[in-house]
Design a protein around this ligand. Structure first.
Ligand SMILES: Cc1ncc(COP(=O)(O)O)c(C=O)c1O
Ligand SMILES: Nc1c(O)cccc1C(=O)C[C@H](N)C(=O)O
Length: 409
C-alpha cells in the first residue's frame, strides 16, 4: 500500500484538513462533499478568468497567443500536473475532454499492437471509458471489449490483449487498483496500459513513471478544481512518444502548425496529442486550480483525506445500521470518496442537500461523499456525518419533496 505507516488516519498529519479553505469561495453554511465531481471555485481561478478575459483578450487580442503564452498553455499546464501523477514535465499535455483523450490513446495503442484484438476492462467502469471503446469497435469490427471482474483481470491478460483500460480509483466505490502490479502483468502479456486518473489526480499519490505505466488520462474539473468542463489531460510515457500518433490529427498537433502544410506530420513531442485551438478561458481557470497544489505533497494530502473519510465512515456506521459501506473499509485501499448503499439513497441525498450537506447520488442506490482536505475540516466532516445519521434516524428523508427527481446529477 502507498500510505506511510505513521501517517494513516490515526497518525499525525502534515497537511491540516481545511488549511486552504480561505482560498475558495464556498458558501459559509455549506459542507461540500462533492469536490470529486466538480471542484469549487478558488479566488485565484476567478481572478485568472477575469484577467484573461478583460486584460489579455480585451486589450491584447490576437497577440495574446504569443504575448500571454496562450499557445504554450497546454504544455505548460501539463507540466504542472506532471508532478501530481509521478510523470515528467514533457509527458503530460492538457487538451480535449477525458472521453476524447481515451479515444485518441486507445486508438493509437491498438495500432501499436497489430494482430491483437482485445481491450480488457472491468464491468462497471465509468461508462465513457467503455463507450469510447464501443465507438472504436465500429471502426475496427475485429475489436473485442472484454469485461472481467477486477480480481480476474491479471489472469485474463493474454496474447490477444492489446490494451488494459482501467479507472485507477473507481468512480462509485472509490476502490483503487494496484497500478504497479497490473501494469507489470500487462507488460508481461505484451500489452499496454491506459489508466483513467479522473478520481486520482489531486486526490491520491500516483506514480506513473515508477510503475512504468504507458498511457493515462484524467479530468481537470474534479480534484484539480479547474471549473465546469475544464479541459482534461493526457500522459504518454517518454518511451512511447515517437511510436504513437493521435488519430485526431488536427493542425495544432502538427510539427509546424503555422507552416500550413497540406500533409500532416506529428509534432516530435507530447504536443502531437493536441488537435485544435486551446480553450483559453477554461485553461486559465484550470491553471489556477492546479496552482493550489504547489508545494503540497500528495501523500500528505491523501493522509489528511483518509483521516476525514475514516472519521465520516466510523461516525455513520457506528450509529446507523441501515446503510452499507460499498467502499473498501481500509482507507488506504480507496481514493478520496466513499459510498454507502441505501434503498432510498436519492431521497437521503436530497434531504442532506436541503440542509447544506452536498454529496451526490449514483444510481441505483449509492450515496457518495468526497473528502478533499484542501478546504474541508474535520469538524465539518463530523457535522455532515451527524446530519446524515439524524436524517436517517428521524426519517426526514421521507418528505415527499425529496422524492422528486430533478436534473441529472
Ligand atoms: C472515471 C471518469 N472518466 C471520465 C469522466 C468524464 O469524462 P468527460 O470529462 O469526458 O466527461 C468521468 C466523470 O465524468 C469519470 O468519473
Ligand atoms: N462530468 C460531469 C458532468 O458533466 C455533469 C455531472 C457530473 C459529472 C461527473 O463528473 C460525474 C462523475 N465523473 C462521477 O464520478 O460520477
Amino acid at each position: 500500500m502507498l500510505s506511510r505507516a505513521a501517517d494513516g488516519p490515526d497518525g499525525p498529519l502534515t497537511f491540516i484538513p481545511g488549511a486552504y479553505r480561505e482560498r475558495f469561495l464556498l458558501p459559509s453554511d455549506m459542507v461540500y462533499l462533492d469536490g470529486n465531481s466538480l471542484g469549487p471555485l478558488s479566488h485565484s481561478a476567478r481572478d485568472a478568468v477575469a484577467d484573461l478575459a478583460s486584460r489579455q483578450w480585451g486589450e491584447s487580442l490576437i497577440s495574446s497567443w504569443n504575448e500571454h503564452g496562450w499557445m504554450e498553455a497546454p504544455r505548460r499546464i501539463g507540466a504542472k500536473i506532471a508532478p501530481l501523477i509521478g510523470a515528467q514535465a514533457d509527458e503530460v499535455v492538457v487538451c480535449d475532454s477525458t472521453s476524447v483523450n481515451i479515444f485518441k490513446l486507445a486508438a493509437a495503442a491498438l495500432l501499436a499492437r497489430p494482430g491483437r484484438t482485445t481491450v480488457l476492462s472491468e464491468p462497471g467502469n465509468f461508462p465513457t471509458d467503455l463507450y469510447m471503446i464501443e465507438g472504436l469497435k465500429r471502426l475496427r469490427p475485429d475489436l473485442d471489449l472484454k469485461l472481467v471482474p477486477r480480481d480476474e483481470i491479471a489472469a485474463a491478460l493474454d496474447e490477444d490483449t492489446a490494451l488494459l483500460l482501467l479507472t485507477h480509483v473507481h468512480y462509485k466505490t472509490g476502490e483503487m487498483f494496484d497500478m504497479g502490479v497490473l501494469t507489470a502483468a500487462t507488460h508481461k502479456a505484451g500489452a499496454l496500459t491506459l489508466w483513467d486518473l479522473s478520481h486520482s489526480v489531486g486526490a491520491v499519490p500516483v506514480s506513473l513513471n515508477r510503475t512504468q505505466a504507458d498511457l493515462a488520462v484524467g479530468c481537470g474539473y474534479k480534484y484539480l478544481n479547474g471549473g465546469p468542463g475544464a479541459p482534461a489531460f493526457l500522459y504518454v510515457a517518454n518511451r512511447h512518444q515517437q511510436g504513437l500518433t493521435s488519430p485526431l490529427s488536427g493542425w495544432l498537433g502538427h510539427e509546424s502548425p503555422f507552416a500550413f502544410d497540406d500533409a500532416y506530420r506529428p509534432a516530435e513531442d507530447i504536443g502531437r496529442w493536441r488537435a485544435g485551438t486551446p480553450p483559453m478561458l477554461s485553461l486559465a481557470a484550470l491553471e489556477a486550480g492546479v496552482g493550489q497544489f504547489e508545494g503540497v505533497d500528495m501523500q500528505d494530502l491523501w493522509d489528511a483525506s483518509q483521516k476525514l473519510s475514516q472519521r465520516f465512515v466510523e461516525r455513520v456506521t457506528g450509529q446507523c445500521a441501515e446503510v452499507e459501506l460499498i467502499s473498501p473499509s481500509a482507507p488506504d485501499a480507496r481514493g478520496c470518496h466513499v459510498s454507502f448503499r441505501f434503498h432510498s439513497a436519492y431521497e437521503v441525498v436530497q434531504a442532506l442537500i436541503a440542509e447544506g450537506i452536498v454529496g451526490d447520488f449514483r444510481a441505483p442506490d449509492a450515496m457518495r461523499f468526497g473528502f478533499t482536505p484542501l478546504y474541508l475540516s474535520l469538524e465539518e466532516v463530523e457535522r455532515a456525518a451527524d446530519r446524515l445519521v439524524d436524517i436517517l434516524a428521524t426519517g426526514r428523508w421521507r418528505q415527499p419533496e425529496f422524492a422528486v427527481r430533478k436534473g441529472v446529477t
